[in-house]
Design a protein around this ligand. Structure first.
Ligand SMILES: NC(=O)c1ccc[n+]([C@@H]2O[C@H](COP(=O)([O-])OP(=O)(O)OC[C@H]3O[C@@H](n4cnc5c(N)ncnc54)[C@H](O)[C@@H]3O)[C@@H](O)[C@H]2O)c1
Length: 363
């Protein structure tokens, strides 16, 4: 069965179709059938593995031309690839009444979303997430970005999709490591604001998550994010909570130079955020320990020396955190927690204390 989750943003509102038959269910959706033509921007890997699945959905409406392939991996989120993609879109003579179908993980979604936002001052994008991470998080909410040498996601815009099609058929080919990494963003939703959800995750254990359980967990995570995005689309306030684990995580991801997947970095970042909260006396130690234990049970490594890309430098990590785009007024802004399901924004982290904390964690 396909779930339909509404992202309530007034005239920019849209549906998320989620489940095993989402692509089929989307065929007659007005956001898909209403576009004049479609241009496919797809992760090269996904295109190779799922060409027939994708062809299926494009049967009805017109395809603007051959798919535009996006090289796989984080490096595709660059100015060079963006320029190439925009050039190919111009070659296809896309018009503003056409729509881009972004088929792939978070990298494709972020890049294609930005290309769609910029192309002739904006055209529709339909997100077709193919990783667990992209289904749980990145395809919903309208953040698009590319990376710069100074850090991740520093150049971007908000551009909401007109539809999200999260079809579980794609997950059949997703490597286990990617699946585990994506799970971190589901856990993140629970840790921010839904303790009951965290307890349900704990109960469902590590192995043998059925498709129905996965769908239920994804639905909860997306619905949770939808509520936050609807209340604060452009991150003027509480949307920043969705960055739990990400300030530490982005620093780790950048320092690891490609060895660490985004979701893996987020998982370690979640554990760090809870440990740091406990160190400041803001969160019970037992909650921090429980978060770490669950992430490890889910196959996500949380101890810095165990992570791909280790050893890390505390000074280099702190330097990355100082450049995080969420900071303001020269202060490091962190999302911390008073407990599981109770995250809050901490605006004035003490850099010297943070450095000592990181040094302790690195040993
Ligand atoms: N915009 C947002 O709100 C937001 C939120 C979270 C993360 N992100 C971004 O998302 C990115 C990470 O996304 P990701 O983890 O999906 O990474 P990804 O897009 O790099 O995909 C991971 C890998 O899986 C492959 N792949 C994708 N779908 C597959 C499938 N169905 N079968 C087999 N292989 C498949 C890809 O080719 C790639 O090698 C980061 O750049 C991060 O910054 C954005």
């Amino acid at each position: 069965m396909t779930d339909r989750i509404r992202i309530d943003l007034g005239e920019r509102g849209y549906d998320v179709l989620l489940g095993p038959g989402a692509l089929r269910a989307a065929r007659h959706h007005p956001a898909l059938s209403g576009a004049r033509r479609h241009a496919v921007l797809a992760d090269a890997n996904v295109l190779r593995l799922h060409r027939s699945r994708v062809a299926d959905v494009l049967d009805g409406p017109g395809l603007a031309g051959p798919p535009i392939e996006i090289p796989e991996g984080e490096r595709a989120k660059s100015f060079a690839t963006l320029e190439q993609v925009l050039g190919q879109m111009l070659d296809l003579e896309l018009e503003r009444g056409d729509a881009v179908l972004a088929i792939g993980g978070g990298v494709t979604g972020d890049l294609a979303g930005l290309a769609a936002a910029l192309y002739k001052r904006g055209m529709d994008v339909i997100q077709v997430p193919t990783t667990l991470l992209a289904m749980a998080d990145s395809s919903v909410g309208g953040k698009t970005a590319i990376n710069m040498p100074q850090g991740k996601n520093l150049i971007g815009t908000f551009h909401q999709p007109s539809l999200v099609i999260a079809d579980f058929g794609f997950l059949d080919t997703l490597p286990e490591r990617e699946r585990q990494a994506g799970f971190a963003e589901i856990v993140k939703a629970a840790l921010i604001g839904d303790r009951d959800f965290f307890e349900r995750l704990e109960k469902s254990g590590r192995d043998g998550l059925t498709a129905a359980q996965l769908q239920a967990h994804l639905k909860t995570a997306i619905t949770f994010k939808a509520g936050i995005v609807a209340a604060d689309e452009r991150e003027a306030g509480q949307r920043a909570l969705l960055n739990l684990g990400h300030t530490f995580g982005h620093a780790l991801e950048s320092e690891a130079g490609g060895a660490l997947l985004h979701g893996e970095a987020v998982a370690a970042g979640l554990a760090l955020a809870f440990d740091y909260s406990a160190r400041l006396g803001l969160c019970p130690e037992k909650d921090a320990a429980r978060v770490r234990a669950y992430l490890e049970l889910a196959g996500l490594r949380t101890r810095l020396p165990d992570l791909p890309g280790a050893p890390f430098s505390a000074t280099a990590m702190l330097d990355r955190m100082r450049h995080d785009k969420k900071n303001s007024g020269g202060h490091i802004r962190l999302v911390l927690a008073h407990g599981i399901g109770n995250a809050f924004i901490h605006d004035q982290a003490d850099a010297a204390d943070l450095l000592n904390f990181l040094k302790d964690q690195i040993q």
